[in-house]
Design a binder for this molecule. Sequence first.
Ligand SMILES: [Zn+2]
Length: 368
Amino acid sequence: MLLTSIKTKLKLTSEQKILMSKHAGISRFTYNWGLATWEALYKEGLKPNHLVLKKFFNNNVKPVLSWIKEKGICQKVTEFAFDNLGKAFKNFFAKRGDYPRFKKKSFNDSFSINAGSKPIPIGGTRIKLPTIGWVSIHEALPHTTTKKITISRKAGEWYISCSYEIEAQPTDKKHPYVGVDLGINVLATLSYGIVFLNPKALKKAKKKLSKLQRQLTLKVKGSNGYKKQKLRISKLHRRVTNIRLDATHKATTFICKNHAVVALEDLNISGMLKNHKLAGAISDANFYEFKRQIEYKTLRYGGTVVLVDRFYPSTKKCSNCGEIKEISLSERLYVCEKCHHTQDRDINAAKNLENYARLAEPCLDVEG
Ligand SMILES: [Zn+2]
């Protein structure tokens, strides 16, 4: 069994939308209370943790806050707020994340619930949430159970996400090996020449987005016009994310269904995001999400991923003879000075990744 996750849009009545906002508000309040108390205790020279804070909150704070105990409010919301705070600090201490920040009321809110020790049944286009009751969703879910449900709002729309176990669905692979070069101008290039382009709609939406952002700077902060513009930007952001995600899913499904061994460069994303000049383009090209999808889809369809060391010179190397040379970003063709091999630079890089995988996972070579 494999674990997979889904995020899909909720279809809510206006009463349900208010109820979801209340949950998000309680979650945010609890998280911020926890963070403020954590900081106060730390200043006193104490070593706080989320479990102690949770206990204190449940025994001493929650009983006097009647609005948290209102009818229809799932009481598990505060539990998860503390768990999330604990996780945020854990990541910070392990140097995997920034110092936890106070949550602000915004268009993007979220909260998590579970049914305690019992898993929540899901399936079809309706889910019965603990305390909240039945909600309709956009996309049918498989009939199974989940342990945790997260509900989030993005630009006024509500989404539900949860993870559940699935059975592997191995496919017959057309090719034993493939190298995948991830790009900024194109989404991905495969080692035998297939190219996944970035959708045209993405470029269009992004152009519009920067226009809206420029217009925002002319509005008075806090005014109605400013708020409306913010919502417009938030909606367009969602559209950009959806277009990009859709294209990424199409590419990764194709790659994982048709290739037994997928070689991918193990990019040091956090290091690259610190380089601000590259940051826009890189985060844009969605490398992290691409890698994440390849990893779980190879598992699902019965393949293997080979992550190629980020110091491996896939761009500089001749995929034919192994000669190394410098190649500038503007050069679209790789021309080898030694063996005169000439190839599109992305295909050459992808081919090098494929060659690396053939050495790393040689047992499959007999198939071709
Ligand atoms: Zn060469």
